[in-house]
Design a binder for this molecule. Structure first.
Ligand SMILES: C[S@@+](CC[C@H](N)C(=O)[O-])C[C@H]1O[C@@H](n2cnc3c(N)ncnc32)[C@H](O)[C@@H]1O
Length: 704
């Protein structure tokens, strides 16, 4: 196990593995590359490039060490940028057997194009604040250069919309120059050392490798990414039908997209914001916390990398690709960090949760309607209530337009990924446009039909074209779904998740109450609302104060009451359970699997997939525990309240057996949580502070 600090990181001492660069064609490529850079003024005097040796990797994937709750629409990962942050993978990078680029002991590994994992090492001790890499502007490929190519100009003059507009011009330059100028290109030495297969990138995984991600939303994102690349390719072909297909095939385009995605730097060059491919600087692997920083230095007119700490001779020199969830590392860079934890203990791994409402007032979790019609979440019979609830749930979104587009942005930038589900032709025609939800059985049939993935998507298309002409039952069945990414933290996205759960858990009186709440208005507030600096209720009479803005389902930051909060926690337990049930293996099984480095070799696609799903399950288990703990604490509060009520009514509270049981007392339970080292601080703080404030408020309402 390597430390994240260079001072304790082992130094590679087996110099026999790092012979001078002259023995293989592969080494020649790198020698030519480095010489080309030096000839053009680049400097990296204390660095050498190395290549990882192949290691039991059945997928030909040799890797070394080792993107708050956002609505999906702001979770745009299409154009991931390096951010000058730092990595964890460094810890494993050094532990991987490596060889110098001229080491022809493993010529086969080199020649099959699969040994694509290179790294940068210090050849002598490097003090902090040393500019260890300096690449002149003339060696950079920038967005503007892509815009000046014939295809770039055609794109600029067209009104075509592309998924990756910023990356596209770098891709275009790379593909165009390679094809048109070939070995005569100024950048040919750079093109020659770029990885050829990118087999570690999930969009290039085979079916067996993708199956390792079963249960993960990442599978959908991989598909979406693949589709988006194909669509961009087709759009550019439509602008340049005779030229572009001769420059790049779809496979070339896919390769270029992932090269740019994993290697570009967002820069400010002489006051102009752009993106660039920076030869050599893009050979540094990711590690956190960061040990180097990079920038475009106007004085030198060079891209520079500067050390932030001393780096020992032989140690790998890292860059940080930023603090990111493993799904971003995997999707955009083709690796996962084994232990993705920041120095302060924060783990950025996330999992997306999908929750929503149908027009019957029924809760929808991961696209499935809760059908407990006898229970609370299956929907409300009261039309007025469900209309209000739906109005609140969709408040702030663009009416209609987002509903069927699969991810259109809402007015507040939130993802309103409303899903229109298909129903069978018979059920649609059978409804005849009459009021729909007249009976439970027809509604149930309708919802069942909607859950069937085989139901007619053509009807959905017809409905999308003309929603207003669809039968009202169908319109009511349309599910309004939002997605939120959560991690093990009480960050903004956690707060949004809890807010949405509270709204979904509202009964008629509660939805009336939150609909009346104003935002940031002065006036009377409860102790708990003051304590948390939370929005306060509007003036009596139900109108928000004039200075308030309308609140949305993201704004219910404080429990509405203990009963609603308990229902919200039931929903949280349900949604985490549903998400966990999608995976074929348990978290315990994953942990056991990852101990087996023969079956799950380091840096293999199989291991990376396992790391990804394990990270998701860790988050889901955290929230399941949160929900269970909260329900227990709320039950204790409700018990105390009922005891108070009895006492207020003249009962003998103190003599009840239950009351003598200290395990049923709020303070006792909170103290036990504080004493428990395993109790996560977010759960403790929520139970102690948020539920504690709810309890104080409720007790303050006595006598009843
Ligand atoms: C900017 S390049 C870095 C240089 C790269 N190693 C090469 O040989 O060209 C980014 C790629 O390096 C690899 N990489 C970077 N950091 C890594 C890490 N911590 N663990 C595993 N692979 C990493 C991934 O394949 C990623 O797509």
């Amino acid at each position: 196990m390597l430390s994240s600090s260079s001072s304790t990181r082992p130094v590679d001492e087996d110099t026999t593995k790092y012979n001078p660069l002259h023995k293989s064609a592969e080494a020649d490529k790198f020698q030519i590359f480095e010489q080309w850079l030096r000839d053009n003024g680049a400097q990296f005097p204390q660095l050498e490039l190395r290549q990882y040796d192949k290691q039991n990797d059945t997928t030909n994937n040799n890797h070394d060490d080792n993107e708050g709750l956002c609505y999906d629409t702001i979770d745009n990962e299409a154009e991931e940028k390096k951010d000058g942050g730092a990595s964890d993978m460094g810890q494993s990078a050094d532990s991987v057997a490596m060889m110098s680029l001229d080491n022809n002991n493993d010529a086969t590994a080199i020649d099959d194009g699969s040994n694509e994992m290179r790294s940068v090492h210090a050849t002598s001790p490097i003090p902090p604040q040393t500019v260890c890499v300096s690449i002149p502007k003339s060696c950079l490929i920038t967005v503007e250069m892509g815009q000046q190519t014939p295809i770039g100009k055609s794109i600029l003059h067209s009104d075509v919309e592309l998924d990756a507009p910023k990356h596209i011009f770098l891709m275009i330059y790379l593909l165009w120059d390679r094809k048109v100028n070939g070995s005569k290109s100024f950048f040919a030495p750079y093109y020659n050392i770029l990885p050829q297969t990118l087999r570690n990138m999930p969009i290039f995984w085979n079916a067996e490798e993708l199956q390792y991600l079963e249960g993960s939303h990442l599978l959908t994102q991989i598909n979406d990414r693949s589709d988006a690349i194909r669509e961009d390719y087709e759009r550019i072909c439509s602008i340049s039908p005779h030229h572009f297909p001769t420059i790049a095939s779809l496979d070339d385009f896919r390769w270029a997209r992932m090269i740019v995605c994993s290697r570009n730097f967002g820069l400010l060059i002489n006051g102009h914001r752009t993106s660039a491919l920076v030869p050599h600087a893009d050979m540094l692997n990711h590690h956190r916390p960061r040990e180097t920083k990079w920038t475009f230095c106007e004085e030198r007119q060079c891209f520079t990398i500067t050390t932030l700490q001393s780096i020992q001779a032989g140690c790998q020199v890292y860059d940080s690709y930023g603090q990111k969830c493993n799904h971003r590392f995997l999707l955009n860079y083709g690796f996962c960090v084994e232990r993705n934890v920041e120095v302060d203990g924060f783990c950025p791994n996330e999992v997306p949760l999908e929750l929503g409402l149908d027009g019957f007032g029924g809760v929808v979790l991961f696209g499935e309607n809760l059908l407990n019609e006898g229970g609370f979440f299956g929907g409300e019979a009261n039309k007025e209530c469900r209309d209000k609830k739906l109005a609140f749930w969709t408040r702030g979104e663009h009416g209609g337009s987002h509903m069927f587009g699969g991810g259109g942005a809402g007015g507040l930038g939130s993802s309103f990924n409303a899903l229109a589900a298909a129903v069978s032709a018979s059920s649609m025609s059978g409804e005849g446009g009459s009021s729909s939800s007249s009976s439970f059985s027809s509604r149930r049939d309708l919802l069942h039909a909607m859950m069937d993935p085989g139901t007619a998507s053509s009807l959905r298309e017809a409905f999308d074209r003309s929603p207003s002409s669809a039968p009202s039952s169908y319109r009511h069945a349309v599910r309004h779904v939002k997605r939120v990414r959560v991690c093990v933290s009480n960050n903004e996205n956690t707060r949004i998740l809890f807010s949405m759960l509270r709204v979904l858990a509202c009964n008629s009186a509660e939805i009336d109450h939150i609909s009346r709440l104003g935002t940031y208005s002065a006036g009377p507030s409860t102790a708990a609302q003051r304590l948390f600096g939370l929005p306060v209720t509007g003036a009596p009479g139900g109108q928000p104060s004039s200075s308030s803005t309308l609140r949305t389902c993201r704004d219910i930051r404080y429990p509405i009451n203990p009963y609603n909060e308990r229902r919200a926690m039931e929903l949280l337990l349900d949604i985490t359970g549903r998400a966990l049930s999608k995976y074929p293996t348990s978290l315990a099984q994953d942990n056991a699997n990852l101990l087996d480095e023969t079956a799950y070799p380091k840096y293999s696609n199989k291991r990376n997939a396992k790391l990804q799903v394990r990270g998701e399950k860790e988050v889901l288990h955290h929230f399941a525990l949160w929900a269970r703990t909260a329900m227990h604490v709320i039950d204790i509060i409700l018990h105390e309240l009922s005891e108070e009520r009895k006492a207020d009514n003249g009962g003998a509270r103190a003599t009840t057996a239950a009351h003598n049981n200290e395990e049923l007392e709020f303070d006792y339970v909170i103290q036990a949580m504080e004493d428990d080292d395993d109790c996560h601080f977010t759960i403790l703080r929520y139970c102690s502070d948020v539920l504690g404030a709810v309890r104080r408020d409720e007790l303050g309402k006595h006598p009843y």
